[in-house]
Design a protein. Structure first.
Length: 551
């Protein structure tokens, strides 16, 4: 053909030659298409496994919210938003897959059962036209479904990045890499038809039907991977110590509400969350109403009252130290305003306090913080002015208090809530109640799972292999020397499209796990999940998943 005038017989022979050549090419591509089908099935299983792991994180959010709704609520709301957007985007991708299969196979196809795709029943596996026609159309423009999908992925990527601070460079780079929709343009790839290098053509312009399905499943996994990384980051922020300044409250801790005549009344005044780089300013007065307040644009604003004398008090380690010597009995009221320079201006919070000056006084002061924790020894000091330590007898509700030595005691609370500590003193041969103090009883915070002092991000394979296993570490700022021990964890990764899991009973990597890690390639992801740890009280805690990308 194409060599001058040919007879009908010659044309027929030439046409048969072309058909034979096409059939030979089709036979070669059939093995490739079979591989695409295997990959598509593997990707589907991988996505289901990944989805179940993400769901575990959301369950952990629910568990933490039950313990502290005010603290966990804002982070859970962000995680739920991430989940909602991811599910919507993944669902839209699946709808496109169903649409393309239906268009290629026709009505009544056995390749579809409702919205479920049966890949082994697809007949038009070599259909290159339908994915291109539906995803791109006659020409690529803003109405092309491929372009709309690209913009949706970009919007989701930008949304995730808005939840991650600039300093979390590894996480941000991982998100941008997973959800990369940049075109294939480069100096080395310039061509006359530059449009063909766009992301949409690269994904959908030259793919057979079964290859198109694998590509779309890969996009769904990329979206879930990004979702997993961000929700794990949000979960880690529950106890990260970040301050929400609109939640900051002024706190007053007096040495007692009952003062012996001739002795000092002392109290610490501070913000519940302080800034170590600057001290607050504390203004105090003896007025019964020590500040003015006004509701402006839905926000309560506080200021010093006009015509009232205020004094500033000395600050030590971010806490105002208020002291007043009392030489007569009776009721005392005091309070004022505490000020701190915040990111967007001065933050002001009010406080009021009162105390009774009496003939006797009891002091119950925690030596570490103003709460008792379950499962640990809480040291406290108990003293009564002018009463020897061996004549003091403290009792408590919701727990046990035992003497250690002198005025030092150990408190062991029984359940979350409040505890009332009442102190009796033996005076003139009789036991008298000297006062009661109320304390909060809280559950010890859940530790953070780490490997090589990291809870996610990028890691060198050699560094990972050099580690003994998984540790559970308390966040900085928790004052008790408390140890949690990891009792179980599972590593999970994808090898050649299939998920490989290996579980360790204990806190050390098993030989099987090390073998899996050793076979990982650059850019592979490995998840350390289903981590459980036991505290000194015997309670078991689920810990957040560690998500590593191998350098």
């Amino acid at each position: 053909m194409g060599h001058g005038k040919e007879t009908p017989r010659q044309k027929m022979i030439g046409m048969m030659y072309l058909v034979l050549t096409a059939l030979l090419a089709l036979n070669v591509s059939t093995s490739v298409l079979d591989a695409f089908q295997i990959i598509e099935e593997g990707l589907g299983k991988t996505h289901k496994t990944l989805k179940s792991k993400i769901d575990e994180v959301y369950k952990n959010f629910d568990y933490q919210e039950e313990l502290n709704r005010a603290k966990v609520g804002p982070w859970k709301e962000k995680a739920v938003d991430v989940q909602k957007r991811a599910e919507e985007l993944i669902s839209n991708i699946h709808k496109l897959k169903v649409e393309v299969v239906l268009a290629a196979e026709g009505e009544g196809t056995t390749a579809l059962e409702g919205d479920k795709i049966i890949t082994e029943n697809i007949a038009a596996t070599t259909d290159y036209d339908t994915p291109n026609r539906i995803m791109i159309g006659p020409e690529l423009n803003k109405n092309s479904k491929g372009r709309i999908l690209k913009e949706s992925i970009n919007e989701y990527r930008d949304f995730l990045l808005s939840l991650v601070p600039e300093e979390s460079t590894a996480l941000r780079e991982s998100i941008m890499s997973s959800l990369n929709t940049e075109s294939e343009h480069s100096e080395s790839k310039k061509s006359k038809d530059a449009e063909k290098m766009e992301w949409e053509y690269h994904k959908f312009g030259h793919s057979p039907l079964v290859g198109f399905l694998a590509i779309m499943s890969s996009l769904q996994i990329d979206i879930s991977n990004a979702e997993s990384e961000v929700v794990n980051y949000l979960y880690s922020q529950i106890d990260a110590g970040s301050i929400k300044f609109n939640k900051v409250e002024a706190t007053v801790i007096p040495n007692s509400n009952y003062i012996i005549r001739g002795n000092d009344y002392a109290a610490q005044v501070f913000l519940a969350a302080t800034d170590s780089t600057q001290d607050p300013v504390v203004w105090v007065t003896s007025a019964s109403q020590p500040y003015d307040s006004a509701l402006t644009d839905g926000i309560w604003l506080y200021k010093k009252k006009d015509g009232v004398q205020y004094d500033s008090i000395p600050i030590h380690n971010g806490r105002g130290l208020f002291k007043r010597t009392e030489n007569s009995t009776g009721f005392r009221a005091w309070g004022g305003i505490i000020e701190l320079q915040g990111p967007s201006g001065t933050i002001t919070r009010p406080f009021k306090q009162s105390y009774q000056v009496a003939e006797g006084n009891v002091v119950v002061s925690p030596t570490k913080m103003n709460v008792f924790y379950l499962g640990v020894d809480n040291p406290v000091k108990v003293s009564v002015s002018n009463v020897p330590a061996d004549k003091i007898f403290p009792t408590m509700t919701n727990g046990d208090i035992s003497k250690k030595s002198g005025s030092e005691y150990i408190v062991r609370p029984k359940r979350p809530g409040n505890s009332m500590v009442t102190v009796f003193a033996e005076i003139d041969g009789k036991r008298r109640s000297m006062g009661t103090e109320e304390f909060r009883v809280k559950i010890v915070p859940t530790p953070v799972a780490k490997v090589a002092a990291k809870n996610g991000g990028s890691i060198d394979k050699n560094v990972l292999l050099a580690q003994l296993g998984v540790t559970a570490e308390m966040e900085e700022g928790f004052d008790f020397d408390l140890k949690f021990t990891v009792t179980e964890f599972t590593i999970s990764t994808t090898v050649q499209g299939f998920v490989r899991d290996a579980t360790a009973k204990g806190n050390r990597f098993t030989d099987e796990q090390r073998n899996i890690i050793n076979n990982l390639g650059r850019g592979s992801r490995i998840y350390i999940q289903d981590i459980k740890a036991v505290g000194p009280d015997g309670s078991q805690r689920p810990l957040s998943t560690i998500n590593f990308r191998i350098n």
